[in-house]
Design a protein around this ligand. Structure first.
Ligand code: NDP
Ligand code: GDP
Length: 328
């Protein structure tokens, strides 16, 4: 049986990727930064918490990664672990550099020192395009990151390319545009909105405070995007791919879609709060997924409307559950 090791398995993508690999017959190991309270709610949501094996470790501790690789005998390592929230990266820029940037080279070095034939996936991001240099961003578009997170990810990206070129290692970077799901962290704007819509509809919240609602993002569904990660590692040659939908939407229109789904008007509830403005903004992102379609035969299957409806439904269910005195 083929083994895979996933860093960030407790995160949104880690959970969906683990589920995908399990359905493909992999033995799945999760490299897990131990916390005082277990954070496996996403694995529980997908009903796979008993099907993955967790190995304690931290991306800033290369020795723990070496042990995890030896224990798992992984043929594929997916590096999804990160301090992934852009806004936090201005508050904790050094931690972000250490986990999100240096963490990537720690994994690459651990592979190089143990089993260099391991296939490696690096979670690169559209945030690297930042102040966009072309209206539609592809693998050839120059990068211009706008946050400490984007800068740290750029290091992770180039060090993966460099190890591929220097040591002939099988390293792929997926340049994924924003992708969301009912498992998205509550601090990201889509989930903040769908959670608020559920609470407002059920009478448990009165307003929603947001920052720059004119920002535009190319939003897809995480469940679709993890398939592209896996496909990259199944190719004959390692390469980098943009993974996106090819459609961009303002935060404002995403709000409209979410509120309209429960027959509310977002304008009656959304309040602009400069507290949520960022020191430097990524105003617009729009990905060109043509290479992923051509080489991987991958394309996004879920529309933004279906995605937001799925998230509102899940949040309505959660809020009703909480209202019944439960916690989730
Ligand atoms: P999440 O924030 O949901 O998950 C990140 C995971 O990394 C969490 O499980 C977190 O654990 C773990 N982690 C944090 N610090 C460490 C550490 N020091 N050592 C080991 N693990 C750690 O992110 P997503 O699932 O949304 O994203 C997956 C990856 O893809 C990330 O690298 C992200 O930056 C990148 N990406 C995401 C995009 C998106 O739209 N979702 C777009 C493009 C790239 P804990 O929660 O316990 O701290
Ligand atoms: P990001 O693209 O990785 O930064 O994903 P986010 O979901 O955090 O933010 C997407 C966009 O929504 C950014 O341009 C934010 O400035 C904008 N935005 C507007 N209001 C908010 C808010 O209240 N929270 C967050 N997270 N983003 C907001």
């Amino acid at each position: 049986m083929k083994s895979a090791l996933i860093t960030g398995i407790m995160g949104q993508d880690g959970a969906y990727l683990a589920k995908l690999l399990l359905t493909k017959g992999y033995k799945v190991y999760g490299f897990n930064a131990r916390r005082s309270t277990p954070s496996n709610w996403r694995l529980q949501f997908l009903e796979i918490q008993n099907d993955v094996e967790l190995i304690d470790g931290d991306l800033t501790d290369m020795s723990s990664m070496i042990r995890a690789i030896q224990k798992s005998k992984a043929a594929e390592v997916y590096n999804l672990g990160a301090q992934s929230f852009v806004a936090t990266s201005w508050e904790q820029p050094i931690l972000t550099a250490q986990v999100t940037g240096i963490g990537a080279v720690n994994v690459l070095e651990a592979i190089r020192l143990t089993e260099p034939s391991i296939k490696f996936y690096q979670a690169s991001t559209s945030e690297m395009f930042g102040l966009i240099q072309e209206p539609m961003q592809s693998e050839k578009t120059p990068f211009y990151p706008r946050s400490p997170y984007g800068v740290a990810k750029l290091y992770g990206h180039w060090i993966t390319v460099n190890y591929r070129e220097s040591f002939n290692m099988f390293g792929c970077c997926g340049i994924l545009f924003n992708h969301e799901s009912p498992l998205r962290g509550i601090e990201f704007v889509t989930r903040k909105v769908t959670d608020a819509v559920a609470r407002i509809k059920l009478g448990r919240q009165k307003e929603l405070r947001l920052g720059n609602i004119d920002a535009k993002r190319d939003w897809g569904f995480a469940g679709d995007y993890v398939e592209a990660m896996w496909l990259m590692l199944q190719q004959d040659k390692p390469d980098d791919y943009v993974v996106a939908t090819g459609r961009t939407t303002t935060v404002r229109d995403m709000c409209r879609i979410a509120f309209e789904y429960v027959d509310l008007n977002y304008e009656d509830y959304v309040i602009i709060d400069p507290k949520f403005y960022r020191p430097a903004e990524v105003e617009v992102l729009l990905g060109n997924p043509a290479k992923a379609k051509r080489v991987l035969d991958w394309e996004a299957k879920t529309s933004l409307e279906s995605l937001i409806h799925m998230m509102v439904d899940a949040d309505l269910k959660r809020v009703r559950y909480e209202a019944g005195g439960h916690t989730c």
